[in-house]
Design a protein around this ligand. Structure first.
Ligand SMILES: C[S@@+](CC[C@H](N)C(=O)[O-])C[C@H]1O[C@@H](n2cnc3c(N)ncnc32)[C@H](O)[C@@H]1O
Length: 260
């Protein structure tokens, strides 16, 4: 039995080809065919081998394997990254919340269906999608980049989630009164960064950075007592005049705040 690990940079397919294999029948060359090939070339080679050696059976479970990856996306950061279309891959490490952080945040924010959680700057929807897969709470992501919103909506449909929704908008157009809890992962950091941005659509703009943070702070100030806010990796966003810090995890990066 040979398992050839494959990946398709074009189709986004990842996984393995399992081939019941007899080296005696295929000859020693057969083994070399499976090493470090693109999935397409591997497939072509496997078909060649099969033609020469009809006893070899081919099982090519590309799509099944890809589906398997999807079911893991609520447990594994790499599986989530792999489930994204190529054009929006490559930003997980810096820009999207790690799964274990999402789990801790959602657990504290409240998993009941009456909870409407707003993700301020939702990117490809990772926080909302994984939160929705693991709780009955309702997640709403607001994101300014349209392609990221489209990606989030595609995944929501694929995962058949009814408790996650995405709005393509600037946060400045959103009234926080419709939500019960909030998630804030440094959404405006790109306005203050000279490198490491998602793309070049957001340019360095200190004024915009403070305008957005002030808007969010003003909206949060209007929320009722007891409102929950999770901040992740956002040291410059100070809400301490209206909220109390109740706990911290992940070396202080994940902070749990309650409106006083
Ligand atoms: C650090 S990412 C966090 C993504 C997501 N919350 C997560 O944790 O996986 C911040 C996102 O905020 C978005 N963003 C920046 N400025 C925004 C604005 N004015 N309104 C809405 N979204 C914004 C960015 O495009 C980016 O996708």
């Amino acid at each position: 039995m040979i398992v050839a690990y494959t990946g398709s940079p074009i189709l986004g397919l990842r996984g393995s080809i399992t081939v019941p294999f007899s080296p005696q029948k295929a000859g020693p060359k057969g083994l070399a065919f499976f090493v470090r090939e693109s999935w397409m070339r591997t497939l072509v080679r496997l078909v060649e081998v099969r033609r020469k050696h009809p006893l070899i059976e081919l099982i090519v479970p590309f799509l099944l394997v890809n589906k398997e990856d999807k079911s893991k996306i609520n447990r594994d950061d790499n599986a989530f990254e792999n489930a994204l279309r190529k054009s929006v891959q490559g930003h997980s490490y810096i820009h999207w919340t790690p799964v274990e952080v999402i789990m801790a945040a959602v657990d504290w924010l409240g998993t009941e269906s009456s909870n409407n959680i707003l993700d301020i700057g939702s990117g490809v929807g990772k926080f909302c999608l994984i939160g929705a897969m693991n709780s009955r709470a309702h997640f709403i992501g607001v994101e300014t980049r349209e392609d990221l919103v489209e990606q989030a909506i595609d995944l929501k449909k694929e995962l058949k989630l009814s408790n996650a929704n995405f709005i393509h908008s600037d946060i400045i157009n959103i009234d926080f009164k419709d939500y019960t809890s909030f998630y804030f992962y440094n959404p405006f950091c790109e306005y203050m960064a000279l490198s490491g941005g998602i793309d070049d659509r957001i340019k360095f703009d200190e004024e915009a950075f403070y305008k957005y943070q002030d808007y969010v702070a003003e909206q949060l100030k209007k929320t009722p007592k007891g409102t929950k806010l999770v901040k992740y990796c956002s040291p410059d966003f100070d809400i301490s005049t209206n909220f109390d810090l109740t706990d911290m995890y992940f070396e202080g990066q994940l902070q749990l705040w309650i409106r006083r």
